[in-house]
Design a protein around this ligand. Structure first.
Ligand SMILES: C[S@@+](CC[C@H](N)C(=O)[O-])C[C@H]1O[C@@H](n2cnc3c(N)ncnc32)[C@H](O)[C@@H]1O
Length: 343
């Protein structure tokens, strides 16, 4: 096993370059795999900076960010457990759990049965060796990009994604009008913490949903008790309209403005990202909404540049100390989802 000072990042396959560009602010180099990136950290990077770099919530394109402490290639298929157990025992640390993972790529999906069975074997062996302690703030990750190659990482539970592979597996609610509903559901879980969800999404609050039809996002707001103006020229789901909590405005989402300020603006219009960012910035800057969640559909090329441009449009309009959080969610495709509120 080789001891290393690297950061392992999981991402959506096809977005490795964006993930690498994002970490380049702190990393001295990055190597892209299929669905993951390995970034080298400069030797003089302080512990606090490493912790910040590994904080999953700070990243847009990484689903997970993990400090690597050892890696090995050419493992024997007959016995992968012995060298891995030796490397983790040598570290002198205990972990609350151990996750065995593979990338979210075709090659990674083929490794899923192995990850399951090896995970059981590893946790069993760690228990016998007294390397597991439920009270430990650290979680062990054994990441297999191939069946004979492993990265061993020690993650801080507080700052790493709480889902294996960084993927929240949400169940599609049968009553929801569209699969897009999962995007807003995931955005609320990933971009807001528990306390914020409880305080900011309360029954009786008001929302505007731009590009709402057929109503998957509106459905998420309605189920939390919000009153929604759904703006779209397309038809809304009839059952959702029967909730009595939705007003359908057949208008252009770029022109529509509410008579009174609303608690939430959400937007899933398929439009140029910088146009959507400017519209969201305008609503927030003019005080037309308190908070917004919206999708930015990224172009085929220069997606990192476009992301930075859109976020700077927002910050310029809303204030440098505005709260802006962006993430490429698991249910996002060629897009990212942004939460923003004025300072
Ligand atoms: C991806 S779909 C929205 C799906 C919706 N969020 C859901 O969960 O069911 C995009 C919607 O944006 C609408 N749209 C696109 N441009 C618009 C505009 N300028 N004004 C209003 N709606 C627009 C389209 O009619 C379409 O229904």
């Amino acid at each position: 096993m080789e001891r290393v000072s690297e950061l392992l990042l999981y991402c959506r396959p096809g977005f490795e370059a964006e993930c690498a560009s994002e970490i380049s602010a702190v990393a001295s180099g990055a190597e892209c795999g299929d669905g993951y990136v390995v970034a080298t950290l400069p030797a003089d990077l302080g512990a606090e900076e490493v912790d910040r770099a590994a904080d999953w919530r700070r990243s847009i394109f990484a689903r997970q960010r993990l400090p690597v402490f050892a890696r090995a290639e050419g493992l024997s298929r007959a016995d992968r457990l012995t060298p891995i157990l030796a490397a983790i025992a040598q570290r002198g640390e205990r972990w609350c759990d151990a996750w065995v993972e593979a990338p979210d790529s075709d090659a990674g999906k083929a490794l899923a049965p192995f990850c399951r069975s090896f995970g059981n074997a590893l946790r069993g062996a760690m228990k016998n060796a007294r390397l597991l302690d439920v009270k430990s703030p650290q979680r062990l990750h054994a990441f297999f990009p191939q069946s004979t190659k492993v990265y061993l990482c020690s993650a801080d539970v507080a700052t790493s994604s709480p889902w294996p592979q960084g993927i929240p597996r949400l169940k599609f609610p049968r009553e929801a009008p569209s699969r897009s509903t999962l995007k807003l559901d995931e955005a609320v879980i990933v971009l807001l913490n528990e306390d914020e969800r409880a305080r900011w999404l309360q029954s009786g609050m008001s929302a505007v949903d731009l590009g709402a039809a057929p109503g998957g996002w509106t459905w998420q707001l309605v189920r939390r008790g919000l009153l929604v103006v759904a703006v779209d020229n397309g038809p809304m789901d009839a059952v959702l309209m029967e909730s009595g909590q939705v007003t359908h405005a057949r208008e252009d989402g770029f022109r529509y403005r509410p008579k009174k300020s609303v608690d939430w603006l959400v937007c899933d219009m398929v439009e140029q990202p910088r146009r959507v960012a400017a519209l969201m910035a305008q609503w927030l800057a003019e005080g037309r909404c308190r908070r917004a969640i919206f999708n930015l559909k990224l172009p085929m090329k220069k997606r990192w540049d476009e992301t930075q441009l859109c976020l700077s449009i927002l910050r310029d309009a809303v204030g440098a100390d505005a709260d802006v959080r962006a993430k490429q969610l698991y249910h996002d495709r060629e897009e990212i989802t942004v939460f923003a509120q004025r300072a």
